[in-house]
Design a protein around this ligand. Structure first.
Ligand code: SAH
Length: 561
């Protein structure tokens, strides 16, 4: 919950505005001192509509521990600045300042060093990958080294999709301090070091009816200790279907704060566990539960099964998964680059795409990001290059203009991608949508897109689709309408459509939508001149219902008829 505290008339008005606009905000209407005291107790973060000086005085006596204090954002009376005053990272004030700024039209002010310098904040490093910090004692020392540009070694037991790292955070095998250390293994690291525990371990658990949670947790802890592994890295427990309602097992998972996955006996008996037991097979229909559950989870067994009176535990390590972001860049204009695309690009250590598209977003890449550009025609090579990086555990973005899923790179990439990489797709504004917005509302009723490129699709198939679209009276967006080597197709399509639609059917010809060279032409089917059309154009042909209203192309939805 976000607490909103105003003092002046303006401040109260703005606070009330946010309280209306945000589901997770609460207005505190008493005097500012009392309001803040209450919000401090009840909220995760507070927005104070006060000058920073007044805010500092009010907040000072309440400050305790930065890990638990609410984040504080202040907004000046004229609504110009949203200042992340305290709790930038842990308290979420940096993010909140941006949110307040977005809602009020103010400028966010963020002063934590790591953000200004593009340095990862060590207290949230790897948080999206589920990292936990082992202990916090050296956070400040290593953080200071990082911010001041001193070399800091990054030692990780596996490659992980950490995103672009600052130049002085150097991946290394050598645990020389100052150190950022990522591993599920317990080991003595030289100080100063910040040790992160990735969620990389799966514990397979078998138990007899009535086994107590204490016994299971104790066996797991001693198994981890013997194997030299950290409990903080245990990401899940795994067991057999038959134990779905085994109270002690459920409670053990709850105490450890991890999910519990169950597998059927058939799946467990299909893997070859190193220590099978005929007694277990008689009882539950698989010779191994603990070890087999680890293996079926996709983990590599790193600690074979150990037994206590009523339980067995085995431990496995999951391979780190790389990330592939399939990123839409929109038609051309900066403001139409999706916010999610900006996030994905900033989180990628490699960006792959056509040179002209990558050039459009270079300013959104963090220092240290590698760029791989390839020419038109190398689509499969582009997809492979991106996947190779993701398979190796990296984080990579593959970009396309418009929408990445529309006549673009998402399909070849996903045809080739296995389930060993995590994939996210960022949607974008397509050329057809962009063109439509410039023409009016031609896509207001049923519509389709047809690409006239017969490089990958046989021409007879394209003709059949055009014929079907004509018969179905669809508005048609024609992609790849014409190029130097393909100059007759658009004329042929025009004829085919003319056989079903009146000659004055509106047609929009949009070249370079939302780019500096944008050109928008309205014409009709009879007057459409294919020679005026090129590869950078979308042609939107109206249906029998499409009309011009005040010079705008409109396909009625039907409300007015
Ligand atoms: N993924 C893209 C389509 C790529 S196919 C999208 O979602 O829009 C390439 C074709 O898209 C071009 O031949 C042209 O027909 C069309 N196109 C792409 N960008 C365009 C733009 N800015 N203006 C007009 N047409 C565009």
């Amino acid at each position: 919950m976000i607490g909103l505290v105003g003092a002046t008339a303006n401040g109260r008005r703005n606070a009330a505005h946010l309280a209306e606009a945000w589901d997770d905000a609460r207005l505190y209407e008493e005097g500012p001192k009392e309001a803040l005291r209450r919000a401090w107790k009840e909220c995760d973060a507070v927005v104070l509509f006060l000058a920073t000086g007044a805010a500092v005085r009010l907040v000072a006596p309440l400050l305790g521990d930065k890990r638990t204090d609410p984040g504080v954002v202040t907004v000046d009376d004229a609504n110009r600045f949203a200042v992340a005053l305290a709790g930038g990272h842990d308290g979420g004030a940096n993010r909140l300042a941006q949110r307040v700024a977005d809602s009020l039209g103010a400028t966010p002010v963020v002063t934590t060093a790591s953000d200004g310098l593009g340095v990862p904040a060590l207290d949230s490093f790897g948080r999206d990958l589920g990292f936990e910090i082992e202990d916090r004692q050296d956070l400040a020392a290593v953080g200071a080294a990082l911010v001041s540009g001193e070399p800091v070694n990054l030692v990780s037991d596996q490659r992980r999709p950490l995103g672009p790292l600052p130049e002085n955070l150097v991946a290394s095998e050598d645990p020389e301090p100052p150190l950022v250390f990522v591993s599920d293994r317990m080991s003595d690291v030289p100080r100063p070091a910040v040790v992160y525990r990735p969620p990389s371990l799966v514990a397979g658990v078998g138990c007899s009816r009535g086994a107590a949670a204490e016994e299971i947790v104790a066996l797991l802890r001693s198994s981890l200790e013997e194997a030299g592994l950290s409990e903080k890295s245990v990401a899940s427990l795994a067991s057999i279907d038959a134990k779905r309602d085994e109270a002690g097992l459920l409670e053990a998972a709850e105490r450890l704060g991890v999910p519990l996955r169950f597998y059927p006996a058939g799946a467990l008996s299909a893997v070859e566990a190193p220590n099978p037991s005929s007694v277990v097979r008689e009882a539950v229909g698989t010779p191994s539960v603990a070890e087999a559950a680890v293996m079926v989870s996709g983990a590599e067994l790193v600690a074979e099964k150990r037994k206590s009176g009523m339980a067995t535990v085995a431990i496995g390590r999951l391979p780190a998964r790389g990330r592939l972001a399939l990123v839409s860049l929109g038609p051309g204009e900066e403001a139409l680059i999706p916010a999610l695309a900006r996030d994905a690009l900033a989180a990628s250590e490699l960006v792959v795409g056509l040179g002209q598209y990558v050039d459009r977003v270079r300013h959104l890449l963090r220092p240290g990001t590698r760029v791989l550009t390839m020419p038109l025609g190398d689509e499969v090579a582009r997809a492979e290059a991106a996947l190779e990086e993701a398979r190796a555990g990296g984080s990579v973005a593959l970009v396309s203009s418009g929408d990445v899923g529309v006549y673009a790179m998402a399909s070849p990439a996903l045809e080739l991608a296995g389930d060993d990489v995590d994939v996210g797709v960022v949607p974008g504004v397509t050329a057809a949508q962009a063109a439509a917005s410039l023409l009016g509302s031609p896509l207001g009723h049923d519509h389709c897109s047809i690409s006239l490129s017969d490089l990958l699709t046989p021409w007879p198939a394209i003709e059949r689709r055009v014929e079907a679209a004509a018969l179905g009276d669809f508005v048609v967006s024609l992609y790849n309408p014409r190029s130097k080597g393909r100059d007759w197709q658009l004329g042929k399509v025009r004829e085919m459509l003319l056989a079903h639609r009146p000659p004055d059917t509106p047609v929009g010809v949009v070249k370079d939508a939302y780019r500096p060279t944008q050109a928008v032409t309205l014409t009709d089917l009879a007057s459409l001149r294919p020679e005026d059309v090129d590869m950078l154009t979308v042609v939107v042909v109206g249906s029998s219902q499409t009309k011009l209203v005040a010079g705008r192309m409109v396909t009625p939805r039907g409300y007015l008829s």
